[in-house]
Design a protein around this ligand. Structure first.
Ligand code: ARG
Length: 694
């Protein structure tokens, strides 16, 4: 058999001098030179038994030069030289360049700014001959198309997501006959699918985390002999079953720098069958304007790109000179496939980014072919004002809400629910010609609460309540609309009478809830209890558990809450006030409802439609202790409507207040307490200033 050739670099100047990967943390100046030399010598002797080894002279001051895997990628007589991501290693490049040139290789170099770390991130599949390339930490996705073109290889891009496995060769090792030793959690879902599509299950050898962190995947395979730092017996056995021999040799001194057997070698004679050159990498130019730095918009956008499996290159960046000036950035977003790119672009559009390549591109419209089902790549709406480019103009989308599709009829575009789609409707698809408009600042929803540390918390809730009272007052004065969404806890915590007061005094224009809040409110009015508990005295009333069903039965006898109020049976409470003041309400049913009350909508589609209609035109929505109804309402509400979410559970508040729009406020507190404070403040607002309580 022909002997393979490898390049190694003696560890004369090896040590851990800086930190550019998590393994180096805590190991600076902690490696032992004599031990490193001994370990390297043993590896060198082993490799030499099976292959020819060439040496490159180590250069002082470049301690990581021992890791020759990162010198470049050799294919036939060509080498693509590395362009290190970290300045700490960039000084190795000239030495490696010189060595390759002296050996007569044709040296190819990537354009400046495109990082590539050689065979550390580019591994030939030993079965089919395509090139697996990593990106995410060191090598940039943008380097992949160059490799494909220069080396005439099909390149498959893999997104590394665990910083301990920053180079592809730390967690991925193609073996003879198409076997693959790898650590799946080091890759994103998309990459795992790609691997699974290309490598049949019987050839995949996934390793445990314990093996992965011993650098079991960082192995050198020479004609079915695998050389690695360490491996569990079970993994060794697994490899033996399929005809490999394993040799382990301690490389702990090099693991302190984040490398082991494979990193310390570079294969010099990759025989390559001609496969059609192909790298699917696609890219689009995107622009983003706003308070990029102050509001974290830029960080958020870049995170969305990399988390989504893409990569970016900044084309132009203009920072506003003064605080109020907006900044603007144009960047190329690349992704391994069109589908991944579209997902990322959708995420960026939702942040307010615009596709910037060329002139305005019109939206793509696809017809609905099955009622209630949208075409595959339909655009999913958000709460933000959205415009589409259609027939040479930007058109504002009507009835903005989230989780809908955009239907275009003539020059009108409207948000429509999936279930309302009809055959022939034209639906906005893809990413072109869509833009969302954001407020100039992108602060997150605020949160106030008793739960927050610091002595001033209670005072802070008071301050928010004061502000809300003032806002409620203004909305009432200008004939605006406030909607209340309330859960039964409102009654249990004693908030019923206060909410009734708000309704009576004209602060509420619509009420949304479920069956329970109405039942408990009516029970309170009839029996003075709520689920059998006497709220005034705070204790359970004997036989009180029956009150709840008796209440339902009574209302059912009258046929409706309205009829019961008009008959004089119900004389107080939230629903009494609603009926007296003509405030519309909607009750959405659920699986746990008793009764239900005649008004409760057990048809949820109908309930959703009623809710949507009642919140239309709202200026403010008060969400009181009901996660389900509040989230439902949140989805129907466009940005710009002030949302106040009150709940004792901080998780609920966070979920609702964090809509990425600054109009939402979360208050972590008891609803009963909140409502009583609110009513007190409103009453004070009505009084001359000197009479108000401090
Ligand atoms: N300290 C080196 C670095 O972080 C280790 C390189 C290991 N090489 C490898 N092919 N994984 O760059």
């Amino acid at each position: 058999m022909k002997r393979l050739r490898y390049l190694m670099c003696p560890p004369d100047h090896y040590q851990v001098n800086y930190v550019i990967n998590p393994w180096m943390e805590g190991n600076v100046h902690r490696s032992s030179q004599p031990q490193a030399v001994a370990q390297w010598q043993r590896l060198y002797q082993i490799v030499k038994q099976y292959a020819d080894v060439e040496l490159v002279t180590p250069a002082p001051g470049w301690p990581d030069m021992v890791f020759t895997a990162n010198a470049g990628l050799v294919v036939n007589q060509q080498v693509v030289l590395s362009r290190f991501y970290h300045p700490e290693r960039q000084g190795e490049q000239p030495y490696f360049r010189e060595w390759f040139q002296a050996q007569g290789y044709q040296v190819l170099e990537l354009p400046e700014g495109i990082a590539f770390e050689g065979a550390g991130d580019a591994l030939l599949d030993r079965g089919a001959g395509w090139l697996w390339c990593g990106y995410g930490f060191r090598t940039m996705l943008e380097a992949h198309p160059y490799l494909a073109k220069w080396l005439s290889l099909e390149v498959l891009s893999l997104h590394l997501i665990d910083k301990r496995f920053y180079h592809l060769d730390t967690c991925f090792c193609p073996l003879s006959d198409g076997y693959l030793l790898y650590y799946p959690p080091a890759f994103d879902t998309y990459s795992n699918h790609l691997i699974e599509r290309r490598i049949p299950p019987e050839k995949r050898i996934p390793v445990s985390e314990a093996d992965a962190i011993r650098f079991a995947c960082n192995a050198v395979e020479i004609n079915r002999v695998i050389i690695a730092n360490q491996m569990s017996t079970s993994l060794q056995e697994r490899l033996q079953q399929v005809g490999f021999t394993v040799i382990t040799t301690d490389l702990s001194e090099f693991i302190k720098a984040g490398g082991a057997a494979k990193c310390l070698t570079l294969r010099l004679d990759e025989p390559v069958a001609a496969v059609p050159a192909m790298a699917e990498v696609t890219k689009r130019l995107v622009s983003l304007r706003g308070h990029l730095v102050d509001s974290n918009l830029l960080t958020e956008a870049l995170d969305r790109i990399t988390d989504g499996g893409g990569s970016f290159q900044i084309e132009r960046l203009h920072l506003g000179a003064h605080r109020p000036d907006p900044s603007e950035i144009q960047l190329w977003v690349s992704a391994p496939t069109e589908a991944v790119l579209d997902d990322i672009l959708n995420n960026l559009i939702d942040l307010g980014a615009r596709l910037a390549d060329g002139m305005e591109t019109p939206v793509r419209l696809e017809p609905v072919t099955q009622a209630g089902v949208a075409p595959d790549d339909f655009y999913v709406t958000t709460i933000y004002p959205t415009e589409i480019y259609h027939q040479d103009r930007w058109i504002r989308v009507q009835k903005q809400r989230m989780d809908a599709v955009i239907v275009v009829e003539g020059l009108t575009a409207t948000c429509r629910l999936l279930r309302d789609l009809q055959v022939g409707d034209l639906v906005v698809c893809g990413v072109d010609g869509i833009r969302t408009l954001h407020k100039p600042t992108q602060e997150r929803g605020q949160e106030f609460g008793f739960m927050e540390s610091g002595v001033s918390s209670e005072r802070r809730v008071e301050l928010v309540v004061e502000e809300i009272a003032w806002e409620l007052r203004r909305i009432r004065e200008r004939g605006g609309k406030t909607v209340v969404v309330a859960g039964p806890v409102t009654i249990h915590t004693g908030g019923g009478p206060h909410l009734a007061t708000l309704i009576r005094e004209g602060y509420v224009q619509a009420l949304l809830g479920g069956n329970a809040i109405a039942v408990h409110d009516l029970e309170q009015s009839l029996y003075g209890t709520s689920l059998g508990v006497d709220l005034a005295r705070g204790r359970t009333v004997k036989g009180g558990h029956r009150h709840h069903l008796k209440t339902i039965n009574l209302i059912r006898r009258y046929g409706s809450i309205r009829a019961a109020v008009e008959a004089g049976v119900i004389k107080s409470g939230i629903f009494y006030e609603c009926i007296r003041r003509g405030v519309p309400f909607s009750l959405a049913g659920s699986i746990r409802d008793d009764g239900p009350l005649p008004e409760t909508r057990m048809d949820l589609l109908q309930a959703q439609a009623e809710y949507a209609q009642l919140i239309e035109g709202a200026d403010m929505i008060l969400m009181l202790s009901t996660m389900l109804h509040s989230i439902g309402v949140g989805n129907m509400t466009p940005a710009g409507v002030k949302l106040i979410c009150v709940d004792i559970n901080p998780a609920v508040v966070t979920k609702l207040a964090d809509r990425g729009s600054l109009e939402s406020v979360g208050v972590v507190t008891d609803v009963g307490l909140f409502l009583s404070l609110l009513v007190r403040h409103l009453q004070q607002l009505g009084q001359p200033y000197h009479l108000r309580a401090a």
